[in-house]
Design a protein around this ligand. Sequence first.
Ligand SMILES: [Fe+2]
Length: 284
Amino acid sequence: MPITVQPLSDACGAEIKGVDLRQPIDEETKRQIECTFHEHVVVVFRDQDISEEEQIAFANTFGGLGERRRSPNGSTPGGSYETPFMFVTNIRDEKTGEPIGAFGDGEMWFHHDTSYYKEPHKATLLYSIRLPSWGGNTCFSNMYKAYENISDELKQKLDGRKVLQIHDYKRRERIDIYNSDISGMLQQEQPIFVTHPATGRKALYISRLMSARIEGLEPEENETILNHLFDISEDPSIVFEHEWELGDLVMWDNYASIHMRKDFPREEPRLMRRLTLGGYGPLS
Ligand SMILES: [Fe+2]
C-alpha cells in the first residue's frame, strides 16, 4: 500500500495519507509509518472511522500497549481500568454526574504523557470522536529542536543531571515543590536530556506542567533555569498546532515532544479515545 507524507509545519508533524486504519498494516507500510513518525515526531491520519478494537490493533502494530497505573491518591482518572483506553473528555455520566474520563475542560499546559513513570510510554495515539465547535487544538513542540536551542554553556552545566517529574491529576498548574506535600503524587526522576532509543538523537526532557526540580540546584537557580528551559521548549518556531477534525488519529512521540491543549467551550462535549505504547525501558 503506497503512502504519501505531507509535512504539516517546519517544527514537526506530518500527515500520512493512503492508510485505512481499519485494515491490517503490512510490513512495508509499517516501516514507512515508523520512519515518518521518527522523522516528524507527530503523525496525523485523517478521515478514519475506527472502533476500539481497530485502534488497539493498529497500536499493537508498533509494539505493546502502555499499562495504565492507578493514581496513588485513589482516583481513577480516564474511566474504567478494564480497558487499555483512557477517555479524554469533559462529558459526565448522566445519572451520577461523575466524569466518564479525565482531563476534561479547558487549557492544559505543555507536558509529556507518563513522564512520571519509571519507564515512560513511547507514544500516544489519540482519536477524535466528538469535538466542540471551536478550540481544543493540540500543540506539539519538537524537543529535539529545543535541545539544539540550548546554549552550549547551559548544556554543559545540566548534562547528566536529573529532573523530578510530578503529576497530580487534580492539578492544572505547575506544583510549588518547595511548599507542597508531594507524597501522594505520581513522580519520577528522569534525565534532563534524553537520547531517543530509536533515532539516537538528543532531546530536552522537561515540561512546564510536570517538571519540578533539577537535581543539585538551589530553589532560586532551579526556578530561573527551569523557566528559561520552559521558554525554549515553547518557542513558537518549534511548535506545530493541530486543529482537530472528526476521525483524526494523531500519534506522537512522547520522548521527542511535549504537547498542550488549548481552551474550548466547557458546555460543549469533547471526547477523545487515548491509547499509549509501552516504552523502551528507563530513559537515558
Ligand atoms: Fe497529554
